[in-house]
Design a protein around this ligand. Sequence first.
Ligand code: BEZ
Length: 237
Amino acid sequence: MESTDTQITPMPRIGDKAPEFKAVTTQGEINFPADYKGSWVILFSHPADFTPVCTSEFMTFASQEEKFAKANCKLVGLSVDGLYSHIAWLRTIKEKIEYKGMKDVEVKFPLIEDITMDVAKKYGMIQPGESNTKAVRAVFFIDPKGIIRAIIYYPLSLGRNFDELYRALVAMQTADEFSVATPADWQPGDDVIVPTAGSCGVAKDRMENKSDMTCHDWFFCTKPLPKEKVLDKILKK
Ligand code: BEZ
């Protein structure tokens, strides 16, 4: 029988149900993902409290929390530090740190304490080639049904781009709402990709421009989707 240390927990994948856990956070206990049913949630890890890249990330994410909330998305952070470290770090951020025009930043979303690394291991956030003792910068997008829809990992030295996380969130919701896909660098208001035609006739119509679609070839058709239509569906009033 393998020892616990060498047992391999499979990494969660896109399309899997988000692994369940209960945890203590800076906002009380949470039961994940059950407490978030009906909302999108971004579960993200950072390597350590009181470190510079992580501080810049928390200030940025906390400053954008309302923007994510308007897109029906809650934020949950995690590191393998303890609760008192989390509380002291977040208090320092609020009381002392001024960075890129951000100051007095209050982190209102829950930050999970995970000294045992139980949650981090369940989510494949401990990647020994990078660090045995710290979580990498993982980002899990989980939909209102508790399904993992996207996963992004960054190494310890690389701060995340929160505009890209927001873009990905809005793009996935747009794909769900309008049954389309979104091309490279898509932003609301840009053309979207229409699913490939099921029959030659439909493809021919598209190629002959008999609809609002533009076909670059039979397998690559786009159509306009106005920004207002996207935002109207996705953003809470
Ligand atoms: C940072 O957040 O600055 C950091 C954390 C762990 C390793 C390297 C950098």
